[in-house]
Design a protein around this ligand. Structure first.
Ligand code: ZN
Ligand code: FE
Length: 254
């Protein structure tokens, strides 16, 4: 009933189409680049009806106006950032449930990368579109938020079922992996994963979607409680926010 189609956009963004076969409704999650979105619609024979924006950055909302003009799509986005989402029609915030055709879509406010970032969770598909909040082995840069905000946002997403597939908006995994092993060198799951990631990328294959379970086991930004991470950072007695903040700042300077 729910079809998800993923494809590359720009340098390292992913585009996503979500299609409800019961109603024919089709959404693009963000609008990084118009041409590949149009090509994907054409390839699938789907008609664009909705745009679901995660945040205002140009590589996520830059194609809004052109796609809306061409298809008359309804633009859904964060109420906390409505003034920065071009063409927004429906503004949503934490706890809202939006019906995308027959697909129940739950919204989480996940500020940190930007002040009005939201994530979309579709329980029936076991899928969450997390934008630039969680990446495979990484998290978004804190352009407009504090470490405490971002850690709260990440914890909200960590409350989803472990088998949830996380559709991250960028293919940053290999460079994230290079950093992750420096702060969590004794994590065997991480070491194993890095080998798999390198194999996937050498074949030109995506590392997205990932799963929440895999990120909980290997992503340092979801593991500020980890004893081995804390010992590398010399922060055995710090709180989770401080460990998260230190991890983020080391990544920024890596
Ligand atoms: Zn962004
Ligand atoms: Fe982005």
């Amino acid at each position: 009933m729910i079809d998800i189609h993923m494809f590359a956009c720009l340098q390292d963004n992913y585009g996503f189409l979500v299609h409800c076969s019961e109603t024919g409704v089709t959404a693009t999650v963000d609008t990084p680049e118009v041409a590949p979105i149009e090509a994907a619609l054409e390839e699938r024979g789907w008609t664009l009806t909705h745009i679901l924006n995660t945040h205002h950055h140009f590589d996520h909302a830059g194609g809004n106006e052109e796609l809306k003009a061409r298809h008359g799509a309804t633009i859904v986005g964060p109420s906390a950032d409505a003034d920065r989402i071009p063409g927004i029609d429906v503004a949503l915030g934490d706890g809202d449930v939006y019906r995308l055709g027959a697909i129940e879509t739950r919204v989480f406010d996940v500020p940190g990368h930007t002040r009005g970032h939201i994530a979309y969770y579709m329980a029936d598909a076991g899928a969450a579109f997390v934008g630039d909040t969680i990446f495979a082995l990484g998290c978004g840069r804190l352009f407009e938020g504090t470490p405490a905000q971002m850690w709260t946002s990440i914890q909200k997403l960590m409350g989803l079922p472990d088998d949830t597939r996380l559709y991250c908006a960028h293919e940053y995994t290999q460079s994230n992996a290079r950093f992750a092993v420096t702060v969590d060198p004794d994590n065997a799951d991480l070491t194993r994963r890095v080998v798999e990631i390198d194999a996937l990328r050498s074949r030109g294959e995506p590392t997205v979607p990932t799963t929440l379970a895999l990120e909980k086991a290997t992503n340092p930004f979801l593991r500020p409680h980890s004893a081995s991470l804390r010992s590398t950072l010399n922060m055995a007695d710090s709180d989770d926010v401080a460990v998260f903040a230190e991890t983020r700042s080391r990544k920024d300077n890596f």
